[in-house]
Ligand binder design. Structure first.
Ligand code: ATP
Length: 494
């Protein structure tokens, strides 16, 4: 059987589902290209149709599409090909004739090269291109600010369940597969916004049966973790203390794992004082889990669970709406599993504590999770570099905080740039703490200071504000200009 994601790839923009606004913006960008001559960045999560939309657009307009993949090539080659092609066809171009669409896939990956100048070169080429360029990216903020500023931006959102189901239904009809409506809903549910995964899952299940029932879908791997997502919703958004505890009974994870999930996801919806309170309960839970490990007395699990469920739910202030993309605990899950990672964690926490004038416990329980949330997968690259520089993190440690693999180009280039930054900064001034903690009390109860985003008068508050806006980083464009002087404050990177 051929690959259904290819077989049913949209060929015209009208077949791109669930992102009407983005689709229309993209079309408008293309139709008015002669007037503005800017490139466009199309960004969003994997599998939501960005690349398909670019190709469909080219098809609709009758422009040949030329696709380049940033990570497949050496940067110089890519640039040469873009620049060369653009210049060449530019000379042939008269009005709209000879127009072609350059699609640059994985455009957030240029940083993956030690040759930092590459990114600047791409920016220059993109700015001067004689042809419309679509840059496709997952992580908007992995692209340099000057590149972002040079382009228009179109954001593709996760595809809603409501839009996914009809796509699956169409495919079933065209493949002659019988199905229960609930089965399709279940697939859509389990793939949380990623239409490509939904189509893949549908094909996987359909290969096993000629009539698709709800029960057929149960076996998919994503489904086994679905319980935890429902639980997180209940805990973080819906239930009171008792309800949250009850919801945890349905979760098929041990308390250590459950704590990891909660710790990693609660900052996506909680903020300020409620987050501080929640962390307090989570650290209580952590202590009880430590006692279980030390004594093998499993009756303490109960206390840990109470803290992490009832405690966290009770910390909530006001109501939480909307839909949140909860994710597996990429970083915290590694904690406590092995002694090695615990040591890494503690080594980082010690350096943070020293720098910020807090206790190691505070650094570990309160500061590290913030850093982790803000630099998850190195998504805010400038900030990640800044962090690596200030705390002098090596590859293993950057990987630990961000959850990106330590052997990836991303992590290696972050560490390299951090070293460079550090070298520059030691010349400029004697280095400073990330947060510039005002008092240096060794008190573990300093939660207020890290989380109370008040008037923004101190770096601590800037950080807290950053943590709060973390959930919306993809939506907001920083206003600051390029900062190349290597001594920019944290707020300049936000
Ligand atoms: N919005 C959509 N409408 C219709 N089909 C879609 C949509 N999004 C994804 N698909 C299906 O998923 C496949 C992959 O989509 P596509 O490669 O365009 O996603 P993407 O957002 O570019 O992901 P990535 O960033 O991982 O490349 C398509 O061939 C199609 O089958």
């Amino acid at each position: 059987m051929s690959d259904w994601t290819e077989k049913y790839r949209p060929t015209t923009l009208s077949e791109v589902r669930g992102n009407n606004k983005a689709r229309d913006q993209l079309e408008e960008w293309a139709r008015t290209w002669d007037d503005h001559r800017e490139a466009v960045i199309v960004h969003g999560s994997p599998g939501v149709g960005k690349t398909s939309a670019a190709h469909a657009l080219a098809n609709d307009l009758g422009w040949p599409a030329m696709e380049l993949n940033a990570s497949d090539n050496r940067q110089a080659d890519v640039i040469e090909r873009i620049a060369g092609e653009a210049a060449k066809s530019g000379t042939l171009t008269a009005g709209g004739a000879g127009r072609r669409l350059v699609i640059l896939d994985e455009a957030d990956n240029f940083h993956g090269n030690a040759d930092y100048g590459g990114s600047r070169e791409v920016t220059r080429v993109v700015k001067n291109a004689n042809q419309p360029i679509v840059l496709v990216a997952n992580e908007f903020y992995d692209m340099s600010q000057s590149l972002r500023n040079a382009c228009e931006t179109v954001e593709f959102r996760d595809v809603s369940k409501r839009s996914i189901v009809p796509v699956l239904r169409d495919i079933c009809r065209r493949e002659g597969i019988e199905f229960e409506a609930e089965a399709l809903k279940k697939i859509a549910d389990a793939t949380s916004g990623d239409l490509r995964s939904a189509v893949n899952d549908l094909q996987a299940v359909a290969e096993e049966t000629s009539r698709l029932t709800v029960d057929d879908v149960v076996t998919s791997e994503r489904d086994t973790t679905q319980g935890i997502f429902d639980f997180l919703d209940a805990l973080i958004k819906e239930e009171d203390a008792e309800g949250a505890l009850r919801a945890s009974y349905d979760v098929d994870e041990n308390p250590d794992e459950m704590l990891n999930w909660i710790e990693d996801n609660v900052p996506k919806d909680y903020e300020g004082a409620e987050l501080a309170d929640a962390y307090e309960f989570l650290s209580n839970a952590d202590r009880w889990l430590g006692r279980v490990r030390a004594t093998q007395n499993y009756s303490y699990w109960r206390y840990a669970t109470d803290n992490m469920t009832a405690g966290v739910a009770a910390s909530r202030r006001g109501s939480k709406g909307g839909w949140t993309r909860y994710g597996p605990p990429s970083y915290w899950s590694k904690l406590g599993r092995t002694k090695g990672t615990r040591n890494t964690r503690d080594a980082i926490a010690e350096r943070i504590a020293e720098r910020e004038g807090t206790s190691v416990a505070t650094a570990r329980r309160e500061i590290l999770p913030f850093l982790s949330a803000m630099t998850h997968h190195c998504k805010n690259r400038d900030l990640t570099v800044q962090m690596a520089a200030v705390y002098e993190l090596d590859e293993k440690e950057v990987s630990f905080v961000t959850g990106s693999g330590k052997d990836t180009n991303k992590v290696q280039s972050v560490v390299e740039d951090a070293k460079e930054l550090l070298a520059e900064e030691t010349v400029e001034h004697s280095g400073g703490a990330f947060f510039d903690a005002g008092d240096s009390s060794d008190d573990t109860d300093t939660t207020e200071t890290e989380t109370d985003a008040g008037d923004g008068s101190s770096d601590q508050e800037t950080l807290a504000a950053a943590a709060e806006s973390e959930a919306e980083t993809t939506a907001s464009e920083p206003a600051a200009d390029d900062t190349d002087d290597g001594q920019a404050g944290l707020s300049d990177f936000m």
